[in-house]
Ligand binder design. Structure first.
Ligand SMILES: [Zn+2]
Length: 297
């Protein structure tokens, strides 16, 4: 009998194939997304969708060449109103969703086009230093989220990419993983050789089953070595992923400085104080009447 190793994950492994002709990212999240999803207690189809979006945001976000954030935000006026996954280049992730729960009776297997009719996804990279934003907005595509990701790659990034992603849960324990490969510009090999190489890598990637990708008994490195064995796979330094929010007292202060007196009065409790609850981490910050007066004058 093979002994169960039960690896823990929550990391992103950057890798290359064939002398960097192809670059890739392998992300696998377990404790981090379980903590995030159990804090919110979303219905299962939303929790699994959010897991997948988070994994994809880690894959694309970890390709950024600067320190910053990569955010995937879906918006629509219908069932799933907002879904947001935020990856920071230090490995912190956070996420939330808002939806009409009454719409989820008997609707567990809806595609994103049905969950978010006429909705859109915004893929945004924000550079910390300059606060510069790079954004691609696309209409929500039919079927699963990966179809929207392909639409984004085709229209915004224009890089030949292939991605597989799966999520699952065992009661309160969630697991989600994604592998992304992208063709990089090459000078040594001719275009046709490169084309065949990428097609071969795509075939290998698509042979991976959901059970293999989400297995807790195999290390991420072993999956990569097995999958791309003939393509000289090289793994680079991993990035640890953690459930960590970016909310802060100074951000709350700045927001409260800017909102109108009318909006502020709607939020104010009978004793003149305000409770600010972070949508992501659910942390409550209590601000006294005296403090509110001091920051708004
Ligand atoms: Zn927070």
């Amino acid at each position: 009998m093979i002994e169960s190793k039960n690896f823990t994950f929550d990391k992103i492994i950057p890798f290359t194939l064939k002398n960097s002709k192809i670059r890739g990212r392998f992300v696998k999240l377990d404790n981090s997304i379980s903590k995030i999803l159990n804090r919110h207690n979303y219905v299962l189809p939303i929790a699994l969708s959010l897991s997948e979006i988070l994994s994809v945001s880690c894959c694309i976000g970890s390709l950024l060449k600067f320190n910053g954030n990569f955010i995937i935000q879906g918006s629509s006026k219908e069932i799933l109103k907002t879904v947001l996954a935020d990856y920071s280049s230090n490995g912190s992730i956070r996420a939330y969703a808002s939806y009409d729960s009454k719409n989820f009776e008997n609707k567990t297997l809806l595609g994103f086009d049905e969950l978010m009719p006429k909705g859109h996804f915004a893929f945004t990279a924000i550079e910390n230093k300059s606060n510069k934003r790079y954004q691609g907005i696309i209409p929500v595509q039919k079927g699963n989220f990966i179809n929207s990701v392909y639409y984004y790659f085709k229209n915004s990034e224009q890089v030949n990419s292939e991605i597989v992603s799966f999520s699952n849960n065992y009661g309160k324990k969630f697991i989600s993983a994604a592998i992304l490969i992208q063709k990089t510009p090459s000078e040594i090999l001719g275009e046709s050789d490169d084309f065949n190489l990428f097609e071969e890598a795509k075939l290998f990637l698509n042979s991976l089953t959901k059970i293999e990708l989400l297995s807790s008994d195999v290390s991420m490195e072993d999956i990569l070595y097995k999958l791309f064995n003939s393509l000289d796979v090289r793994v680079q330094k991993e990035i640890t992923v953690k459930d960590k929010c970016r909310c802060s007292a100074s951000r709350v202060k700045n927001t409260l400085k800017q909102i109108s007196e009318d909006e502020l009065s709607k939020m104010t409790l009978p004793d003149g104080s305000i409770d600010i609850i972070c949508e992501f981490c659910k942390k409550t910050t209590k601000l006294t009447k005296e403090y509110l007066v001091s920051i708004r004058n």
